[in-house]
Design a protein around this ligand. Structure first.
Ligand code: CP3
Length: 337
């Protein structure tokens, strides 16, 4: 078993810096595209054998130091009955987006252990074969609420923010309901064997500072408090560097930063017992090998010897990333000393 990732998450890594990449199992890999020709994305998420196979692809091809469960944050909204499909050109589509507080009131109560049991089955299969730690995950309440209201990816989140400001009580009701589903889903993943959990509150960075406190942070705190004694929790919000102090104040195991942050400088303001992850710009992987290694070296030199640093991108790998660039990056980070 390779413990580098878990040691770093516990801020006591004395070996080389571990690496894994967000969206490491995805369309940039020819083996993934071959499987996608035979199955729809959602079928792949629902089928334990395929969850097992796809999760392992990047670990086998590149020697990543951690595996992230192949799944999606939108499986909780799907279980809540709002209808979900993935369209190759527009991405995820919620078929019946929430439009009124009565839509929230009529959402069913779900039990992760029953309604999302296929995820636990996939985790159990993986734990029988992986030689690296397995990261489970879920979306953050604000990010899931925004998908359920917008119905698709819309970076302005205008409908969501207008609802939040017009009727904060029903918006909080939705966030509380989602928070319980997320905790239930992650407890199920912990019982099935994940070694760490990452919360993707990807769109919380669109919030103003007091809104972030009210509509994201309090719910993230509840999730961290309920889970942290059972498994380390990593928080990822796009734009998190503006909220570093707030995120640190809820004592997660680690914070994952996007590429805006000056990571070596942030390390100096983060408490030493919080690990941190990131933050290479995924676009760098479209540059030449020497630029990729030069940018990786800048980060690695700035954080050399830090016992709580995990190398990653600032957000997911783009589907058109050259596979040889990913290989070159991982080799470079693993050989750096
Ligand atoms: O990191 C990994 O390899 C683990 C798997 C993973 C996926 N989605 C697989 C996926 C994870 C951690 C996610 C999280 C996720 N899903 C987030 C939060 C992270 C982020 O990117 O901010 C969000 C917002 C989603 C919702 C989602 N799923 C979107 C917006 C899309 C479309 C984007 C795209 O690349 O087309 C997806 C689809 C998706 N999720 C794919 C994969 C491998 C591509 C689907 C395909 O094969 O067509």
């Amino acid at each position: 078993m390779n413990f580098l990732f878990l040691d770093a998450l516990n801020c006591r890594n004395k070996g080389r810096i571990p690496i894994w990449l967000m969206r490491q199992a995805g369309r940039y890999m020819p083996e993934y595209r071959a499987l996608r020709e035979k199955h729809l994305f959602l079928q792949m998420c629902h089928e334990p054998e395929l969850i097992n196979e796809v999760t392992q692809l990047p670990v086998r091809s590149f020697g990543m130091d951690a595996a992230i469960l192949f799944s999606d944050i939108l499986l909780i909204p799907e279980a809540l009955g709002v209808g979900l499909h993935f369209n190759d050109s527009v991405g995820p589509v919620i078929e019946r987006p929430l439009a009124s507080s009565s839509d929230i009131a009529s959402l069913p109560r779900i039990q992760a252990r029953e309604d999302l049991s296929y995820i636990a089955k996939g985790i159990r299969l993986l734990k029988g074969c992986l030689k690296v730690p397995l990261i489970g995950f879920a979306g953050g309440p604000f990010t899931l609420a925004s998908y359920m209201i917008e119905g698709k990816t819309d970076r302005t989140l205008r409908k969501t923010k207008q609802w939040m400001l017009r009727d904060p009580a029903s918006f909080h009701h939705l966030l509380s309901l989602l928070c319980e589903c997320i905790i239930g889903c992650l407890e199920m993943q912990i019982e099935a064997g994940i070694d760490a959990a990452q919360i993707f509150d990807s769109w919380a960075g669109t919030l103003a500072w007091p809104q972030f406190h009210e509509f994201s942070l309090g719910y993230l705190q509840k999730i961290v408090q309920r889970l942290k004694t059972r498994c380390p929790v990593i928080l990822f919000c796009k734009g998190a560097s503006a909220f570093t102090q707030e995120l640190a104040s809820i004592h997660p195991g680690a914070i994952s930063f996007d590429w805006n942050a000056n990571l070596p400088a942030l390390r100096r303001v983060l408490p030493a017992n919080i690990a941190f992850q990131g933050n290479l710009d995924p676009d760098i992987l479209h540059a030449s090998k020497s630029v990729i290694c030069g940018e990786a070296a800048r980060l690695l030199n700035g954080l050399r010897g830090d016992p709580g640093y995990i190398f990653n991108l600032g957000h997911g790998i783009h589907p058109d990333t050259p596979v040889d660039s990913v290989r070159a990056l991982v080799e470079y980070v693993k050989e750096f000393s």
